[in-house]
Write a protein that binds this ligand. Structure first.
Ligand SMILES: N[C@@H](CCC(=O)N[C@@H](CS)C(=O)NCC(=O)O)C(=O)O
Length: 234
């Protein structure tokens, strides 16, 4: 098993889906690491020094050297611990497709999800939900293409694109608890809904999971901050 003797630290937060993505990759590779919980509302010197450009979590510190941006980190982990559980497809075209959809998830799906959280009225939230459903819809066909009829985007086991989308599933669940919205549901995107169920049952997803209660609390805090900013601007 990889990990013995490696100096690996993860600057993250319990609720960050991007940190969860990295935790899942490290778990799949069997890499031992130290979790360094950060306060993103009062950033510490280590985070600011490790990610001076974006000032965001997650940051992977490997032998003291920082690697930033969760998708970049997952690729780094895949390359450094190449012997165990490959995450990206072996062929260049498969890798390009997986990277395309992972970038799509962070660009379109995450933006749409945050739109739901930012909405201040029921009408606005309904519009934002429509936008989120439209953003998720193409992933239904992407799943069919990438999985080739198997259980996961990567085939028989979880891979890069599974982590890219799967890390957001608990946030979707938190939004369902908060507002009753379903971003992935069996009626609209049946393959994706079945995949989500399988993904959340994997040991990797369970090990890296953020408690929904903590996500709901954090999301409430974000909404309060946005409301205060909006009030100050008026
Ligand atoms: N694209 C980044 C997104 C990271 C991100 O948005 N992190 C959030 C926590 S979930 C953060 O650090 N927020 C603090 C801030 O924006 O100041 C990645 O994939 O790592």
């Amino acid at each position: 098993m990889a990990g013995e003797g490696d100096d690996v630290k993860l600057l993250g937060t319990v609720v960050s889906p991007f940190a969860v993505r990295v935790r899942m990759a490290l778990h799949l590779k069997g890499v031992s690491y130290e979790d360094l919980e950060q306060d993103v509302f009062d950033k510490g010197d280590l985070l600011l020094a490790s990610n001076p450009v974006r000032k965001k979590v997650p940051v992977l510190l490997h032998a003291g050297r920082p690697v930033c941006e969760s998708l970049v980190i997952v690729e780094y982990v895949d390359e450094v611990w190449a012997g165990a559980a490959p995450l990206l497809p072996a062929d260049p075209h498969g890798r390009a497709v997986a990277r395309f959809w992972a970038a799509y998830v962070d660009d379109k799906v995450v933006t749409a999800m945050l739109g739901i959280l930012r909405a201040t009225t029921d009408e606005e939230r309904a519009e934002r939900l429509d936008a989120a459903l439209a953003a998720v819809r193409p992933l239904e066909d992407a799943f069919a293409e990438c999985s080739g009829g198997k259980a996961f985007f990567a085939g028989d086991s979880v891979g890069y694109l599974d982590l890219a989308l799967g890390c957001h599933l608990l946030w979707f669940e938190a939004l369902r608890e908060m507002f009753g919205v379903m971003i992935i549901d069996a009626g609209r995107t049946p393959r994706l809904a079945a995949w989500a169920g399988r993904f959340l049952e994997t040991e990797t997803a369970k090990k890296a999971a953020s408690p929904i209660k903590s996500i709901v609390e954090y999301a409430g805090k974000l909404r309060a901050i946005w409301a205060a900013i909006a009030a100050a601007a008026n």
